[in-house]
Design a protein around this ligand. Structure first.
Ligand code: ATP
Ligand code: MG
Length: 140
């Protein structure tokens, strides 16, 4: 399958700390995504600042970097037809209070900042974000 059928996700520190890794991976598999690559890791401040660099001028940037470096995350590349858009549907709105019933954020997120999961917003960013965490030989 081509890279356009891939997206990148992180299970964020709140969801890892709250014991939701297994439930979220189960949800992802049941939604029809295949896991191409996966690891448990922790972002440094420099890495989180680079990953979320597009938000560097936003008021919440400092809070976002502090939160994303507060504990380990699960990084993964996922594959499915229409992966980017379909995964955004599966995770729900950024603010879990506004996310649809049954979405990952509605089920497992704490707040707009600690919102359980990340999902790429374009095919281009999915490729950039996947390459940020995984070499070619770590992708299956
Ligand atoms: P992500 O990129 O993590 O998948 P998203 O695309 O739904 O989330 P973005 O607008 O890209 O949302 O924001 C990136 C992240 O920044 C959010 O997931 C959230 O953790 C944090 N964030 C966004 N808006 C706020 C806010 N108003 N206050 C605090 N944190 C925020
Ligand atoms: Mg985003």
């Amino acid at each position: 399958m081509s890279a356009t059928n891939r997206t990148f996700t992180m299970i964020k520190p709140d969801a890892v700390a709250n014991g939701h890794i297994g439930a979220i991976l189960n949800h992802i598999n049941k939604a029809g995504f295949r896991i191409v690559a996966m690891k448990l890791t922790r972002l440094s401040v420099a890495e989180a600042s680079e990953f979320y660099g597009v938000h560097s001028e936003r008021s919440f940037f400092g809070e976002l970097v502090e939160y994303m470096t507060s504990g380990p995350i699960v990084a993964a590349i996922l594959e499915k037809d229409n992966a980017v858009a379909d995964f955004r549907t599966v995770i729900g709105a950024t603010d879990p209070a506004k996310a649809d019933e049954g979405t990952i954020r509605r089920l497992y997120a704490q707040s707009i900042a600690a919102n359980a999961v990340h999902g790429s917003d374009s095919d281009e960013n999915a490729a950039i974000e996947g390459a940020f965490f995984f070499s070619g030989r770590e992708q299956f």
